[in-house]
Design a protein around this ligand. Structure first.
Ligand code: PMT
Length: 222
């Protein structure tokens, strides 16, 4: 039986992709299946937390003991996260949030035309960055999906977004990152903290990640 190390804690997890609408029938998105985020929420609930899962559109069912809030766009995800942030103890940003969205959403289906076409994109708000500015007591955990320079980009994100941990996956590696049932990550934290995990099922990895973070966050509480 696992120890209930998160009893009395509120854990907010984001998962899945966002959808940024182009017109009534089209959107921009990415390959996130939600598996990693759902595993994080499920692990938090199994460890005794009040687990809130803020999820983009995916085809997974709600893990036992988890409260799911479904959202579509980056803007909706931001709103849902903000609503739970003040009372959260841990916030885990596993979602693959769109960095850009179409500047205008067409009211009608865009018809095809001769020659090239383009869509003007504008930046979305970076949710993790926003939370980093507002943080009081919350432990803020981001993920980083990179295809190159993994450690450099992950460390940059840790600093820039004022996160406590960045969990980096090299998504160019087979069986890691998007869509797979397994993942292999390196966790970066303040004061040059760095810990590598072996390749393993996302469910098992989620438990090990919480174990590690709880251990580091409550060093005197043993
Ligand atoms: O869902 P799966 O198929 O299981 O795949 C898992 C995963 C690969 C999506 C996951 O493990 C992962 O790496 N998630 C983060 C993906 C990502 O968008 O990384 P990023 O480097 O673009 O963003 C860094 C961090 O900033 C992330 O915590 C992200 O949630 C956050 N962010 C990014 C943009 C934005 N507008 N708001 C954000 O909060």
């Amino acid at each position: 039986r696992r120890e209930l190390k998160l009893t009395g804690k509120k854990v907010v997890v984001t998962a899945g992709p966002t959808r940024e609408r182009i017109d009534p029938v089209r959107f921009l998105t990415n390959f996130s299946s939600g598996k990693m985020g759902y595993a994080m929420a499920s692990a938090a609930a199994e460890m005794g937390a009040e687990a809130i899962l803020i999820s983009g559109p995916v085809s997974l069912s709600v893990p036992s003991g988890v409260t799911r809030i479904q959202v579509e766009s980056a803007a909706e995800m931001l709103e849902a996260v903000e609503a739970h942030f003040a009372t959260a103890d841990y916030v885990v940003k596993t979602a693959a949030v769109a960095d850009y969205r179409p500047k205008k959403i067409a009211d009608q289906k865009i018809k095809k035309q001769q020659g090239e076409s383009s869509i003007v994109l504008e930046r979305t708000i970076d949710i993790l960055n926003q939370l980093g500015q507002q943080k009081t007591h919350q432990v803020l955990i981001g993920f980083a999906a990179e295809t190159n320079n993994v450690s450099k980009y992950a460390k940059d994100k840790l600093e820039r977004k004022n996160a406590d941990y960045i969990i980096a996956n090299d998504v160019s590696e087979a069986q890691a990152g998007f869509e797979s049932d397994t993942n292999r990550v390196v966790v970066y934290g303040k004061n040059d903290f760095e810990q590598a995990f072996d390749m393993m099922p996302k469910q098992q990895l989620a438990h090990q990640l919480f174990e590690m973070i709880i251990e580091k966050e409550t060093p005197y509480d043993r």
